[in-house]
Design a protein around this ligand. Sequence first.
Ligand code: BTN
Length: 323
Amino acid sequence: MSTPSARILARLRSATAPVSGEDIATELGISRAAIHKHVDALREQGYQIDARHAQGYVLTGVPDRLDASELGPRLRGAWRTIDWHATIDSTQRRAHELARGGAPEGTMVIAESQTAGRGRLGRVWHSPPGVNLYLSLILRPPLAPAVVPQLALVAGLAVARAIEEQTGMAARLKWPNDVLVGDRKVCGILTEMDAEVERVHFVVVGIGVNVNASEEAFPPDLRDRATSLAITTGGPVDRAGLAAAVLAALEGDYARFLAAGFSPLRVEWEARSALSGRTVTVRAATGAMTGTVAGLDDDGALRLADAAGGIHRVLAGEVTLAQ
Ligand code: BTN
């Protein structure tokens, strides 16, 4: 059962004309004084609510926040549980904690800022407040642990689709985990799992999208490699709209992936690949290799052609352009 504040907000959101306090009071079965108190509380949470004389209340502004109140009504799929934080060390850490406690698939941890955002390979994910998307999603896929890295490809594809839907810009994918606009990174994905050798307990898919960060918000050493959607589109991007689009695309692509594996998604992934035909160096724990990218295999492995035309499959590694 939703709270009186949530019901007042829902009523004002759907209204096309001012709504009188009396009408809301009757609908909710509480006094007008109580309505007034809830409206004040909503204002304190950042909602702009005009009280128009002899007409009623009008919602004129909502806070730019990715909590259940703002993001919840925009979610389109079955994943709806939001664990929101104004600030947190890392949404990944929190998602692991919730998952260990039994949180179901689709539970999402979202923060407005992170003090210890985690990137791949032990790096730091720069997480300034109120401008970007920091999301960790708990999944419980019935998969073998070896297949789990493919989920990072699925997530990247979903983020690319969401960016295209929300901004109209083409998003490209840099194997395995990065989403680029132009030649710069706008999103990083960190997939972590808790598993036994043969059984996955849970996966946490961490998604960081630079949405409205300004150039100055990036550390100087990142400015030539990273950008935000707002910088590239030239105007602010609706964060809740983008978050909802990411989750809708990911829920759909995840279902397709569980039903039929990565292979049906491969063509869509490759159509957005930033690396096809380019010469790259891949550094992995086992060593480095340079070659020309010849697409992906059905299991998401990168196909690298050597100078003699021989194809090498790369399952994991860090890619840099060799030229
Ligand atoms: C990368 O290195 O490219 C991956 C970055 C992943 C960052 C996201 S932000 C939300 C989630 N919480 C974290 O601490 N990291 C991931």
